[in-house]
Design a protein around this ligand. Structure first.
Ligand code: 5AD
Ligand code: SF4
Length: 490
C-alpha cells in the first residue's frame, strides 16, 4: 500500500535558541519522512517549542493547547508534543493542564524527539524526556543530562538559507534572581570549537553568508582543551573568519562583566565581525541590580560601554531592560531613564517584570509594582529610547551602507513578487528598507540612506537595475514590530 506523507506542524515562541532548536527538530523529523505544514489541524505531529521567560509566553501555549483539545479528541492518532523550556520547567504539570499532550521534551533532550514520536504512535502512552533539576545531582551529572542538540544542518529549513544561527554554548550559570533559564537550560557548557568551525564550514559550503553565534551569555564562551589550551570567543571568531564564503559573524547575547578586551579587539580587527553588541544592563539602579544579582554596578556597566566604544569605533550597542522589578521605586526607575537617555543604545528591548516560580526573586521579594505602573514605566522608557534611536538614525542620513538583504519588508510581503520593498541589515545591525528586486535577496549591496524613523533607515539601492529610486512614502514606514526580527536571547 502506498504510504501517505507524514505531516508535521511546529509553533515556536521565544528566543533565537528556540528558533534554532525548532529548525533542528524539523530537520531531524524530515529525515524520518515528515513534511512541514502550516496548519496544526493538517498535521500528524503537532509540536510546540515553548518559552518560560515570562508568564505571558506560557499562557499563550496553554491557550493554544486548549484550542486543540477537541481536534485531538476527534483525531486520537495524532501526536501532540510540548518541547523546550516550559516542558523542562512544568514537567508533569503540562499534562495536568493539558491531558491530551502526548510528549513532554525538555531543552536538553531534543535529540530524542523522532524516537519519542514513534514511541507514542506505538504505545499511545505519554512520553517524558527531561533533564535533571539544578539541585538534583552533582554538577557533572546535571550537566550531562542537558545535551547540546547539534544534528546536521538543513539549509531548506531556514527562512533565509544565507543566514544561520550556530549554537556555541548551552545553559547559563549566572543565576540572575528573576530568570528561569539556568533551570530550564541547565549548566553553562561550551561546545568544542572544532565542531563549531566544522558546522560553519558546512554552512558556508551550502551558501550561508552570515552566522550568528548564540549562547545565553555568549561572551562567557570558553573551552578547555584539557592540555592547558583554552579557546575563547575571540579565538573562535578568528577561526570562523578564515572560512571562505562567510561574510558576517555576529554573536548574541553578551553578559556585561564578560566583555573582555580580547573580544573587543577581535571585533575591531576582523572585518567580517559585525560591529554590534547586544549587552543587556536590565536596570540603571545599583540597588535593583543587586537584587537582580547581576554581578555589576551601573558604574561597572558604564566602564564596559566606554571601553567598547573606544576599542571598536562606531560600534552599535543595544540593551534589555526589566521594568517593575521587585522594589523598583520611582527613584530607581528614574535612574534607569537617565541611563537610557545617556547611554545612546541603538535600541532597547524592554520587558515588564514577570515573577517566575522557582526563581530566587520569586522566593525572596514580593512582586510589589502594580501592573499599571509597570506598563507606564515600559512606555516611558521606550519613549526615551525612541528619541535616541531616531537621533542615531538621523545621523546616518546621507551615508552609504553595506546591506545584507534579508527579504521583503512587511510592506513588501503584501506586494507582488518582482520589484518590491526589501529589508536588510548593515554591519552595525541597523535595519534598512529600500525598493529592490526579489533577486537581490541574499546579496550584499550598497544602499544610500535618505530617511529615518526610530526603527528603520530608508534608502535607495545602488544596483543600477531598480527603477524609480524615489523615497519610500511615509505610509510605508515599518512598524515597531520590525524590532521582533532580532529578539533578544533568553
Ligand atoms: N520577567 C521579565 N523579563 C525577563 N527577562 C528575563 N527574565 C524575565 C522575567 N522574569 C528579560 C531580560 C532578558 C530578556 C531576554 O528577557 O531582560 O535579558
Ligand atoms: Fe543567565 Fe541571562 Fe537569565 Fe541572567 S538573564 S540568568 S545571564 S540567561
Amino acid at each position: 500500500m502506498h504510504d501517505r506523507t507524514k505531516t508535521l506542524f511546529i509553533e515556536t515562541v521565544g528566543c533565537q535558541m528556540n528558533v534554532l532548536d525548532s529548525e533542528l527538530v524539523v530537520g531531524s523529523l524530515r529525515r524520518q519522512g515528515y513534511e512541514l505544514v502550516h496548519q496544526p489541524t493538517a498535521a500528524d505531529v503537532i509540536l510546540f517549542n515553548t518559552c518560560s521567560v515570562r508568564a505571558h509566553a506560557e499562557e499563550k501555549i496553554y491557550s493554544a493547547l486548549g484550542r486543540l483539545r477537541r481536534h485531538k479528541r476527534e483525531n486520537p492518532d495524532i501526536v501532540l508534543g510540548v518541547l523546550g523550556c516550559m516542558a523542562q520547567k512544568d514537567q508533569e504539570e503540562v499534562r495536568r493542564r493539558a491531558p491530551h499532550v502526548d510528549m513532554v521534551v525538555g531543552t536538553g533532550q531534543l535529540a530524542r524527539v523522532p524516537e519519542l514520536v514513534e514511541e507514542v504512535k506505538r504505545t499511545r502512552e505519554p512520553q517524558y524526556a527531561l533533564s535533571l533539576g539544578r539541585a538534583d545531582g552533582g554538577k557533572h551529572e546535571v550537566a550531562a543530562s542537558f545535551e547540546s542538540f547539534d544534528p546536521p544542518r538543513d539549509a531548506s529549513m531556514r527562512p533565509t538559507p544565507f543566514q544561520a544561527y550556530v549554537r556555541i554554548q548551552i545553559g547559563c550559570d549566572k543565576f540572575c534572581t528573576y530568570c528561569v533559564v539556568p533551570a530550564t537550560r541547565g549548566p553553562e557548557q561550551s561546545r568544542h570549537p572544532d565542531h563549531i568551525v566544522a558546522e560553519c564550514r558546512q554552512l558556508a559550503g551550502e551558501g550561508c553568508k552570515e552566522v550568528t553565534l548564540i549562547g545565553q551569555t555568549v561572551n562567557s564562551y570558553k573551552f578547555d582543551h584539557g592540555d592547558g589550551r583554552r579557546s575563547r570567543l575571540s579565538d573562535l571568531i578568528s577561526r570562523i573568519h578564515d572560512i571562505a564564503g562567510i561574510e558576517r559573524i555576529k554573536f548574541v547575547t553578551n553578559f556585561p562583566k564578560d566583555m573582555t578586551d580580547d573580544l573587543l579587539d577581535a571585533v575591531r580587527e576582523l572585518p567580517k565581525a559585525v560591529k554590534y553588541l547586544h549587552v543587556p544592563v536590565q536596570s540603571g539602579c545599583d540597588d535593583v541590580l543587586k537584587r537582580m544579582k547581576r554581578l555589576y554596578t551601573v558604574d561597572g556597566y558604564w566602564e564596559m560601554l566606554h571601553r567598547s566604544r573606544e576599542k571598536v569605533p562606531g560600534v552599535a550597542i543595544s540593551s534589555d531592560f526589566i521594568v517593575g522589578f521587585c522594589g523598583e521605586s520611582d527613584k530607581s526607575f528614574e535612574k534607569t531613564v537617565d541611563l537610557v537617555r545617556e547611554a545612546r543604545f541603538k535600541n532597547s528591548f524592554i520587558f515588564k517584570y514577570s515573577p517566575r516560580p522557582g526563581t530566587k526573586a520569586d522566593d525572596l521579594y514580593p512582586d510589589d509594582i502594580p501592573e499599571e505602573l509597570k506598563k507606564r514605566r515600559n512606555n516611558d522608557l521606550l519613549a526615551v529610547q525612541n528619541v535616541n534611536s531616531l537621533e542615531d538614525h538621523k545621523t546616518r542620513i546621507g551615508d552609504t551602507v553595506e546591506v545584507l538583504v534579508e527579504g521583503p519588508s512587511k510592506v513588501g510581503e503584501r506586494q507582488s513578487a518582482g520589484v518590491r520593498q526589501l529589508t536588510g541589515r548593515t554591519m552595525t545591525d541597523h535595519i534598512v528598507v529600500f525598493d529592490g528586486h526579489d533577486r537581490l535577496v541574499g546579496q550584499t549591496l550598497k544602499v544610500h540612506i535618505r530617511e529615518a524613523s526610530p526603527f528603520t533607515l530608508y534608502g535607495v539601492a545602488e544596483t543600477g537595475e531598480v527603477g524609480g529610486g524615489g523615497l519610500i512614502p511615509r505610509s510605508a514606514v515599518a512598524d515597531p514590530s520590525s524590532q521582533r526580527r532580532s529578539l533578544p536571547l533568553v
